[in-house]
Design a binder for this molecule. Structure first.
Ligand code: LMR
Length: 336
C-alpha cells in the first residue's frame, strides 16, 4: 500500500516537472536562427521566407530572429551552440554534422549524386529520415534538407584537369572531412577558411583558389579576386535545417505544426531558388567580365572523376556499413 502511494507521489512530481518545463500555450515564442552565409543566398532567403511564413501562420505568436553571415556563430561553433540551446535553429552544411554523426559525411563523397533528383530521393526518403533519427540522441532534431548546389573550383589560373591544381593551396569549408579528402585527392593542399573570410584570403594570396557552390562564389563577390572558375561539380553542398530537440519537445502542438508547415513551404522555396540562383548567378559572374567560366569537356570531367575514385573508396570505407548508407548507395548507384 505504502509502495503504491509512493509511486503515485513520484508520478505526480514527475508530471509537475514536465509541465513546468513545457512552454505555456499562450506564452510568446522566440527563436534564434543562425547561419553563416549572405542573405542573398538560397539559404539566406529561405531562412527569411521561413521567418515570415511562421509569423503569418501564427499571427506573430512565434517570432524568429535571423542571424546571417556567421554574425552569431561560425561553422562548428553553431552546432555546439544549438546543442547548448543558445540558438534554436541552424542550417549547417551536411558534412559539418559529420563531426557529430559521421554518416552525414556521405553527402561529401565526390561525384555521388548525378543530379538533384537523386539528392532529393535520398534526402526526402527513408535514408534522409534515418540520418535525422541519429541526431536525436545528440540533442538535435532534423526539420528539413535544403540544397545549395554542386561545387565549383576557382583560381587565378585556368583549371582544366587535376594536374593544374597540383600543390596549389585551395580554400575548403571548415570542419568537413570530405572536402579535405577531395582536395587532397586532386593533389592540392586544402586550407579550411570560413566562407565569409575567404575573399580576403584569396585577395592576400593566402590561398591560390577555392571551392564553393556558385551561389556562395557570387554572393561573396569572389569574381573580384578570382580570374577563373571551372564547373567541376565534384561534390554536392546541401544543408540540414535542425532545431534544438529539448526546445522542440517543449513546444505546444499548435507551434510544432505551424513550424512544420512553414518549413515545408520554405524547403520548396529554398530548393527552387538554389537551382534558379545557380543559373542566374553564373550568368552574372560571366557578365562581370572579371571571371572566365570554364565548362569541362567530357574528357576533362572524366579526369576529375578518375582522380577522385580513391577518395570515394576511402570515404566509403571510413563511413562503414550503416543501413542508411547502403540505401543511399543503392539510390545513387554508387558501388563502395
Ligand atoms: C562553406 O563553409 O563554404 C559553406 O558550408 C557555407 C554555407 O553554409 O554554405
Amino acid at each position: 500500500m505504502e509502495k503504491i502511494m509512493l509511486k503515485k507521489i513520484l508520478f505526480f512530481l514527475l508530471c509537475l516537472v514536465v509541465t513546468s518545463n513545457a512552454i505555456a500555450e499562450d506564452e510568446p515564442i522566440r527563436l534564434k536562427f543562425s547561419h553563416v552565409v549572405s542573405n542573398d543566398t538560397p539559404k539566406g532567403r529561405a531562412a527569411d521566407f521561413f521567418k515570415d511564413r511562421v509569423h503569418d501562420l501564427t499571427n506573430g505568436r512565434i517570432e524568429i530572429e535571423i542571424y546571417p553571415e556567421g554574425k552569431l556563430y561560425k561553422d562548428k561553433d553553431e552546432i555546439e551552440a544549438l546543442q547548448r540551446g543558445d540558438v534554436q535553429i541552424i542550417a549547417p552544411a551536411l558534412g559539418k554534422l559529420g563531426a557529430i554523426v559521421p554518416e552525414f559525411g556521405v553527402f561529401d563523397i565526390p561525384y555521388l549524386f548525378d543530379n538533384y533528383i537523386k539528392v532529393h530521393e535520398v534526402a526526402n526518403g527513408s535514408p534522409g529520415r534515418q540520418l535525422f533519427g541519429k541526431l536525436e540522441s545528440k540533442g538535435m532534431r532534423g526539420l528539413a534538407y535544403w540544397d545549395s548546389g554542386f561545387k565549383v573550383l576557382s583560381a587565378n589560373f585556368s583549371i582544366k584537369t587535376p594536374a593544374d591544381l597540383k600543390g596549389k593551396k585551395i580554400r575548403i569549408q571548415p570542419a568537413i572531412v570530405g572536402s579535405e579528402l577531395q582536395i587532397k585527392g586532386l593533389q592540392a593542399v586544402p586550407i579550411a577558411i570560413p566562407v565569409a573570410e575567404q575573399y580576403q584570403a584569396l585577395q592576400k594570396g593566402t590561398v591560390d583558389g577555392a571551392e564553393n557552390p556558385i551561389v556562395n562564389f557570387y554572393t561573396q563577390n569572389l569574381y573580384e579576386v578570382q580570374k577563373h572558375l571551372t564547373l567541376t561539380e565534384h561534390g554536392f553542398l546541401g544543408y540540414a535545417v535542425i532545431i534544438n530537440k529539448d526546445f522542440w519537445d517543449k513546444l505546444p502542438d499548435w507551434a510544432r505544426s505551424a513550424l512544420t508547415k512553414a518549413m515545408a513551404n520554405a524547403t520548396d522555396y529554398a530548393n527552387n531558388l538554389a537551382r534558379n540562383h545557380a543559373k542566374e548567378y553564373l550568368l552574372k559572374i560571366t557578365q562581370t567580365g572579371k571571371t572566365e567560366v570554364n565548362v569541362l569537356i567530357p574528357e576533362e570531367r572524366e579526369s576529375f572523376k578518375k582522380a577522385l575514385v580513391p577518395v570515394q573508396k576511402e570515404m566509403a570505407q571510413r563511413l562503414g556499413t550503416d543501413e542508411a548508407l547502403k540505401a543511399i548507395y543503392q539510390t545513387t548507384g554508387f558501388t563502395p
